[in-house]
Design a protein around this ligand. Structure first.
Ligand SMILES: [Zn+2]
Length: 159
């Protein structure tokens, strides 16, 4: 088996919608990013690439490449999953923690899990997403941005 960890942070900026786990969430701010700013999917991609020993998302999809401007991060996740499958691994399970003071994530967690499971060739039961605040401490607590930690386990694909 292989384990991988991913961590990503994005800053809030002007806008009225966040994208997290492919779910569009109305908010009084948006996310500053070269892509769609899906910090959850970016952390998941980094966890998968970490488990593969293949560096990080920035190496594979540089933010200096105009082709990646505004890109749907689910497309990036599916590209990373192709690498997983080509290396003969499957997802054992994913556990991700969103760290944000706002907006409330609870109403959107089920949709995030569904999207991630679909893109990761996994069942919803293999894909856990949870959210926490930081009791108003630090950058997340001051609502300056959102952080996500993700841990993934890969198992050998059945021959
Ligand atoms: Zn990111």
């Amino acid at each position: 088996m292989r384990i991988g960890h991913g961590y990503d942070v994005h800053r809030f900026g002007p806008g009225d919608t966040l994208v997290l786990g492919g779910v569009h969430i109305p908010h009084d701010r948006g996310i500053v990013a070269h892509s769609d700013g899906d910090v959850l999917i970016h952390a998941v991609c980094d966890a998968l690439l970490g488990a593969l020993g293949q560096g990080d998302i920035g190496q594979h999809f540089p933010d200096t490449d105009p082709a990646n401007a505004g890109i749907d991060s689910r497309f990036l996740l599916r590209r990373v999953m192709q690498m997983v499958q080509q290396s003969h691994w499957v997802v054992g399970n994913l556990d991700a923690t969103i760290i944000a003071q706002a907006p409330r994530m609870a109403p959107h967690i089920a949709s995030m899990r569904k999207n991630l499971a679909a893109d990761m060739a996994a069942s919803v039961a293999q894909v856990n997403v949870k959210a926490t605040t930081t009791e108003k401490l630090g950058f997340a607590g001051r609502q300056e941005g959102i952080a996500v930690h993700a841990v993934v386990l890969l198992q050998p694909a059945a021959q």
